[in-house]
Design a protein around this ligand. Sequence first.
Ligand code: CP
Length: 312
Amino acid sequence: MLSTRHLLGIKQINAADIDLIFRQADHFKEVLNRPIKKVPSLRDVTIVNLFFENSTRTRISFELAEKRLNADVLNFTSSSSSVSKGETLIDTVNNILAMKVDMVVMRHPSPGAAVFLNKNIPASIINAGDGTHEHPTQALLDAYSIREKLGSVAGKKILILGDIMHSRVALSNIYCLQKLGAEVKLCCPPTLMPKHIESLGVEVEFDVKKALEWCDVANVLRIQLERQNIQYFPSLREYALYYGLNKELLQSIGKEIVIMHPGPINRGVEINSDVADGPHSIILDQVENGVAIRMAVLYLIHQARIGVKSTI
Ligand code: CP
């Protein structure tokens, strides 16, 4: 059984939890490749997807995972709700829970929103991304995709390249990869590197070519202009020139590395199409694995809620 009945962040779970989620996801991935892709594991369980911030992959992936498990699914977007009339987050969620909802999946622009909700409401909460803080299911599907491609995560050298400062994917990946025994290095312009990040046990490298020569896997992050209220580099063109991944740069390092990106991609900025769509990219495998990972998380959190041990 998981050590928790919530998924607030990777910080709050342990390596045994991650291993259990991966083994459960292996089972659900096999289910997803059957002609009939549904199982009744969450029949009579009601889940609300609360999205206070835009999403394509995470929202669709959670909804599909819930439907594949036969859960009853409610979708909430803040723009069409009474939040726009001034209702608080706690009031909004408590009103939804009064309609007998069991689990809450939430994306919110404020760091700490999932932890805050957890302290104030009785339902199980799954964090689908909270501001610049954590995106735990993204880190789980990223590490699962590395395990699938390279056989294991332990001992692998993983580079996170891009806008580390404004990324929730970076922090969740650092926690997850380290718990699984990988080495993590970060690379970006100095202005986008958070101060004291080495205290998390990661290495920092500002030279992209050296960083690429070191790694087995490069996980490339988007420049998050919507979270930048000052200019951190002169222009997108200059960023692409010095930190963007392209075929020529990858050919110059003299070895093959696995290319990942959580999406959405800004083609021609942090990654060129010849790399994103190239033979070493596993970007769409990450998206595919996201459904199995989210099925596993939802199922195991439900099991923890009701106190039942997984048979996996
Ligand atoms: N990777 C990710 O979180 O994508 P979305 O913002 O589209 O959900």
